[in-house]
Ligand binder design. Structure first.
Ligand SMILES: [Zn+2]
Length: 112
């Protein structure tokens, strides 16, 4: 199985992804446009997160954005509904070889 490992800048939060991204998603919602994440959406079962981040729950309370309390990197988001089958990981935490040549999909989150 393909595995990719990434981390925040200081290494306190580590992400192990068992999935192969085929595109990166950029979203223009109020938080994504500020943090400039490049997202890969996948089932939570495909990701192992090590380390404790700080969660930020925004407006509609649908999801929590996680960042490192030491270096500040936004690493991933999780849905607040435990039955929701997707989470997002920020591909910028990974080696650019994994994502730099992938097509970008623009998500119009601002209009949701
Ligand atoms: Zn960090």
């Amino acid at each position: 199985m393909t595995e990719h490992s990434g981390s925040c800048h200081c290494g306190a939060i580590r992400l192990l992804l068992r999935d192969q991204p085929s595109e990166v998603s950029e979203c223009n919602c109020s938080i994504c446009r500020r943090v400039a994440g490049l997202w890969h959406y996948c089932p939570p079962a495909a990701v192992t997160v090590t380390g404790t981040g700080i969660g930020y729950i925004q407006g509609d309370r649908f999801l929590t954005n996680w960042h490192c309390g030491t270096c500040g990197c936004i690493t991933h988001w999780t849905a607040n509904d435990p039955h929701y089958e997707k989470m997002g990981i920020n591909l910028r935490m990974f080696d650019p070889v994994l994502w730099e040549s992938l097509p970008h999909r623009f998500v119009d989150g601002a209009s949701f």
